[in-house]
Design a protein around this ligand. Structure first.
Ligand code: SF4
Length: 690
């Protein structure tokens, strides 16, 4: 018997896991007591990880149009199709769609191949659906995509404002830490801002049940209130920020009456929140998909960040605007340029940065401008402009909005490659080639969680069938394209060293992301690597923003003028989508564990008690929700936490699990103009009897 430490593959908490091994099998998992994210805790999904291993439902061999083929045949075909498409139709006709489930090393080589050697920046990721609005907002405010908080701050804050986050279900270990911290410090206050009353509200001193999409009014009004009450930190503003005047001018008309009207809150609830925020130095605002998944998500994030910058509540223990990511490695993907508008090591498509990355890679065909973001990428495929698409570790036929458009895109592409662990997904069903990928417990690499902690995921058991890591597939295709010398890695440690070295290359403090101190790790040191928060570089403090230095051209943070706007009024019901407590994404892993389905084993359509009465609906009755994009059926759940006029449906179901299909079929492909993040939490739907 032996133990091996690794990291949970689900949410952005990034809990350390200690796996107990016996004769090549994982017989149990428990929380890693030494990991900074969880200190031994795990949620129910994490404790069930051992039950997700095994061959059942796994894709075991490469397959072309349903026929098993050898790895050589599969990789030769992928390389030939990639080369042929690019030669005939140009770099804009090829695209990779990646995933926050990939390890950083997988992500790094996929980006390097496309952006450095195939001349295309059409590399985007399902992380676009998760937190790209937070990224865009951080870049506007701080000059770089950097998260200025840690989970310790969430604990040490005296006021914790949770916005658009049902952490009790979606980031359970963070929620457990909050509950424990509140028990230890009864003066700690928790405010939840959410259109629904969720399980997270059980820990709240105050719940602001706002109207859908009104978050920016709440925080624009807060900035106006803080200024009017002389509660701004003038010294901090003067020394470390720019743009206050314009930011205040933008919110000057957002008075109390405006906010009450937009949010639907009562005067007493709003006043209490504004007073608590104004009075509490140690305030952390923690926000998630309820903010990000909106066509105005970036502005909402900046409205929050403005309040922290103007009060100097940032860069100090227990203070800051903290975006928590949905996926285990959304952050690692951001670090290697996994978004179509970024280059590796947090560099952009500015000429000097394109040149720097090209020189570091000795790139033969460097992309010089941003590629297509997720929704635009699939729309381009549906329009016949993208002809070769390689999808890694994700299921866009379920998760992207307007799934009919996504399925049409997959049908129209000349060649679709899907590399995945799972044999049967809505996306794999439409692929020309499927490649078996090694999954959690089988592959080696690193992930970065929401608080910038880099942790190792370690191989615990032999890969199922012929499954191989994604980085290996990419490098094998690169070799077949004649690029082997640039992709000559003998394992993930070699890729990690190169990634770390690039982060430090010509980085004289102008970029926060710097892990150059890890660029010399040996294979043995990489194997043993303990969780570490970046930056990790000689002479660089890991306490980002503590000195008030930002990564903009002037070194000062930018307050962004935000003019809030509400979503259009709905004709019928406002659809909200989200996660259930015990499931993950499209259930390809958690769906294999019977005990995780006990919480809810059916596709539910949540309605308020009054709406149920008005429509004469009973709990458990079959019902449909529909709009011009389609119709999805499920079983009624009467949810007292829902406001009248709102409907909630989980994101997990797909063709694979239900004939009803995915709820994203009804979500329009509307995106935020800055981030490209889809508006997955708001659609107009009608409730129909079936
Ligand atoms: Fe895994 Fe997230 Fe649960 Fe931690 S909180 S065990 S990372 S799913």
């Amino acid at each position: 018997m032996s133990f091996c430490n690794t990291t949970c593959p689900y949410c952005g908490v990034g809990c350390g896991v200690s796996a107990e091994l016996d004769q090549g099998n994982v017989i149990a998992v428990m929380g890693d007591g030494n990991h900074p994210a969880n200190a031994g805790r795990l949620c129910v999904k994490g404790t069930a990880l051992a039950e997700t291993l095994g061959d059942e439902g796994r894709l075991l061999h490469p397959r072309a149009k349903g026929q098993t083929v050898s790895w050589d045949e599969a990789l030769d075909t992928v390389a030939a199709k990639l080369r042929d498409t690019r030669d005939r139709h140009g770099p804009g006709s090829i695209a990779f769609y990646l995933s926050g489930q990939l390890l950083t090393e997988d992500y790094y080589v996929a980006n390097k191949l496309m952006k450095g050697f195939l001349g295309s920046a059409n590399v985007d990721t399902n992380s676009r659906l998760c937190m790209s609005s937070a990224v865009a907002a951080y870049k506007r405010a701080f000059g770089e995509d950097l998260v200025p908080c840690s989970y310790d701050d969430v604990e040490s804050a005296e006021l914790l404002v949770m916005v658009g986050s049902n952490a009790a279900w979606t980031h359970p270990v963070v929620y457990q830490r909050i509950v424990a911290a509140k028990r230890a410090n009864p003066n700690k206050r928790v405010v939840v801002v959410d259109t629904r009353r969720t399980a997270t509200c059980d820990a709240a001193d105050l719940h602001l049940q706002i109207q859908p999409g009104s978050d920016a009014f709440l925080f624009a009004g807060l900035l106006n209130h803080l200024a009017g009450s002389r509660l701004l930190d003038d010294a901090y503003i003067e020394r470390h920020t720019e743009g206050l005047e314009a930011a205040l001018a933008a919110v000057a008309g957002i008075d109390r009456a405006h906010v009450l009207s937009a949010t639907g809150l009562s005067e007493s609830v709003l006043s209490t929140f504004y007073q608590w925020f104004g009075d509490t130095e140690k305030t952390v605002t923690l926000y998630s998909q309820g903010i990000n998944q909106s066509s105005t998500g970036t502005d909402k994030c900046n409205a929050i960040i403005n309040c922290h910058l103007a009060t100097g509540r940032i860069g100090k223990p227990g203070a800051g605007p903290f975006s928590i990511t949905g996926q285990p490695n959304a952050m690692g993907g951001r670090e290697v340029g996994g978004l179509a508008n970024q280059l590796a090591a947090h560099m952009d498509f500015a000429d000097d940065e394109v040149d720097r990355v090209a020189r570091f890679w000795n790139a033969s065909d460097m992309a010089s401008s941003p590629g297509l973001k997720a929704v635009d990428m699939f729309q381009a495929a549906a329009d016949g402009k993208i002809r070769f698409l390689w999808i890694m570790a994700t299921n866009p036929a379920v998760s992207l909005p307007d799934t009919a458009m996504v399925k049409a895109a997959l049908e129209r592409c000349d060649f679709v490659v899907v590399s995945d662990c799972t044999e049967d997904t809505d996306t794999a069903r439409r692929a020309d080639m499927v490649l078996p990928a090694a999954g959690w417990g089988e592959k080696d690499g690193t992930v970065t969680n929401s608080e910038r902690v880099i942790s190792r995921q370690r191989s615990l058991v032999a890969a199922a069938g012929e499954a191989r890591p994604d980085w290996w597939m990419v490098t094998e295709v690169a070799r077949r394209l004649g690029l082997g010398a640039h992709f000559d890695y003998d394992g993930p440690a070699a890729i990690f060293r190169e990634h770390a070295a690039l982060s430090a290359f010509e980085n004289n403090g102008q970029r926060a992301f710097n892990i150059g101190g890890l660029s010399g790790v040996s294979d043995a040191e990489y194997r043993r690597l303990a969780p570490v928060r970046w930056p990790v570089a000689p002479g660089v403090s890991s306490e980002l923003l503590a000195d008030g230095h930002y990564f903009t051209r002037t070194g000062k943070a930018q307050l962004v003028p935000i003019v809030p706007r509400l979503p259009p009024a709905v004709e019928h019901h406002a659809l909200n989508t989200g996660r259930l407590r015990d499931q993950w994404h499209t259930m390809t892993r958690t769906g294999r564990v019977p005990r995780l389905s006990r919480h809810r084993d059916f596709f539910s359509i949540g309605v308020s008690p009054a709406d149920a009465r008005a429509a004469q609906l009973e709990e458990g009755e079959l019902v449909a929700v529909a709009n011009t994009q389609g119709q999805v059926t499920g079983l009624v759940t009467i949810d007292e936490g829902l406001a009248d006029g709102q409907v909630f449906a989980p994101i997990h179901w797909s063709e694979q699990f239900s004939s009803a299909g995915a709820i994203s079929a009804l979500v329009p492909a509307l995106t935020d103009p800055h981030s490209g993040q889809p508006q997955s939490k708001f659609a107009d739907v009608q409730i129909l009897a079936v």
